[in-house]
Design a protein around this ligand. Structure first.
Ligand SMILES: Nc1nc2c(ncn2[C@@H]2O[C@H](COP(=O)(O)OP(=O)(O)O)[C@@H](O)[C@H]2O)c(=O)[nH]1
Ligand SMILES: [Mg+2]
Length: 221
């Protein structure tokens, strides 16, 4: 088993704010690849070589080049600043692991749904569960050189609403994977600003008074 933890980049002692992001999607869409390409530590993963014993269980339609499969979680880490650390969890895509996903989504800030545009339906379940949990997410189309679809075609096939960001990526490429995570974080930020604005208009007393900067209380933590 290729399973390793490395302290190549030791976690800072000041890091006290762990933020969790999930990377989900169908079997073979590139979840393990993405966690590997962006993690600053050698990701803990639990890949197993696939053998003929799994043929009846893990269907390789459309993913014939795949030789290993995740049998638990991919786990990676990115330090954001002195105090904040982003943890990435890639959930195994096979149907028999779907029961793990609901636990995975608790406490996550949001999720990236990776899709292979040749097999869009394989990511339906991930989107369904995220919507069920009310968890914010974005969709990233991983580049497998499949037929080109317009954004509208992909949105229709996935029944995605217009406010869910849809981006393209190459999970093997670090900067492309980083861009996907930045898109998710910007989406989360926009959602939280929208929520605050809605709360303020429902309750005008919730609008913070316009005080001079020197009157702003010091943060307590
Ligand atoms: N062409 C191409 N292949 C990819 C890309 N991302 C992953 N792969 C390959 O697709 C296969 C499945 O990827 P993997 O990360 O194991 O998928 P997972 O089941 O979602 O974890 C592997 O052989 C990867 O090397 C990509 O962006 N483009
Ligand atoms: Mg995997």
């Amino acid at each position: 088993m290729d399973s390793a933890t490395s302290d190549r980049a030791a976690l800072r002692a000041t890091a006290d704010n762990g933020l969790k992001i999930a990377i989900v999607g169908g079997f073979g869409v590139g979840k393990t690849t993405m966690v590997r390409s962006v993690s600053e530590i050698r990701p803990l993963n639990t890949e197993e070589t696939m053998t003929s014993a799994g043929e009846a269980v893990d269907h390789l339609d459309g993913v014939h080049s795949k030789t290993a499969t995740t049998v638990a979680f991919d786990f990676g880490r990115i330090t954001l600043d002195e105090r904040s650390v982003l943890y990435l969890f890639g959930a195994p895509g096979q149907e028999r692991f779907w029961f793990l996903w609901d636990r995975l989504f608790s406490g996550t800030l949001g999720a990236v749904v990776l899709v292979d545009t040749r097999r869009l339906a394989d990511s339906w379940y991930a989107i369904d569960r995220l919507e069920h949990h009310g968890a914010p997410f974005i969709v990233a189309c991983n580049d497998f050189g499949g037929p080109l679809h317009t954004e509208q075609q992909i949105r229709e096939a996935l029944a995605l609403s217009d406010d869910v960001p849809l981006v393209e990526c190459d999970a093997r490429d670090r900067s492309s994977s980083k861009y996907v995570l930045i898109t998710l974080v910007e989406h989360l930020h926009a959602l939280s600003r929208r929520r605050l604005a809605a709360e303020s208009s429902a309750d005008p007393s919730a609008i913070p008074p316009a005080t001079a900067p020197e009157m702003t209380p010091e943060p307590t933590s």
